[in-house]
Design a protein. Structure first.
Length: 187
């Protein structure tokens, strides 16, 4: 049974990147508060929601010369002991040679019961500290609900949307209906 790696000292992002390179390819690790954490395989329901959202975000992002990608780690000089892997990252600019995004404009986390407190806690704090990030989505897996965190200058606002709402994404020139995120999902 695999468990999160334990270390006496906190790992920095460069130390984590070197350490993660030696791990088997089938393992997915993220760095949270200086400690590597092994990610459990997602459920099919979780992945369906991720794919629905990524598809819609990618359609909007491509029009702006950007792309929506699953599985990239987000890093920031603001916090050198964090490299979380959100479910979807939207970034612009040339493709990165590695799996680390330093300049996301949007990230989305699909909540799982086992990761809910971490995703809504420390990860939210981290994402809000990433200078390039304009929008952070928290997508619930057990109900049709999306929290939209949006940066306006130095302040963040949050709004909750239900099944009849739409996530407005002015930076990407469009919106994503909440119902489209939950296509083929029953509650």
């Amino acid at each position: 049974m695999a468990l999160a790696a334990r270390r006496d000292a906190r790992m920095s992002v460069p130390e984590f990147r070197a350490w993660a390179e030696s791990r088997p390819e089938r393992e997915r690790w993220e760095l949270l508060d200086g400690a590597p954490a092994l990610m459990a395989p997602p459920t099919e329901r979780h992945q369906r929601i991720v794919m629905n959202l990524a598809r819609r975000l990618d359609e909007l992002a491509e029009r702006r010369g950007c792309r929506a990608l699953p599985g990239l780690a987000v890093v920031s000089a603001a916090m050198d002991d964090f490299a979380p892997i959100p479910d979807v990252v939207v970034r612009c600019g040339p493709p990165r040679p590695d799996g680390y995004a330093e300049d996301p404009v949007l990230v989305a986390e699909v909540l799982s019961p086992s990761t809910m407190s971490r995703d809504r806690g420390r990860k939210t704090d981290f994402y809000r500290a990433v200078p390039s990030l304009a929008t952070f989505l928290i997508v619930y897996a057990d109900e049709p609900r999306v929290e939209v965190w949006r940066r306006a200058g130095a302040e963040w606002s949050v709004a909750a949307l239900g099944p009849d709402g739409a996530v407005a994404l002015p930076d990407l020139g469009g919106s994503v209906p909440v119902a489209a995120i939950y296509r083929d999902i029953t509650f």
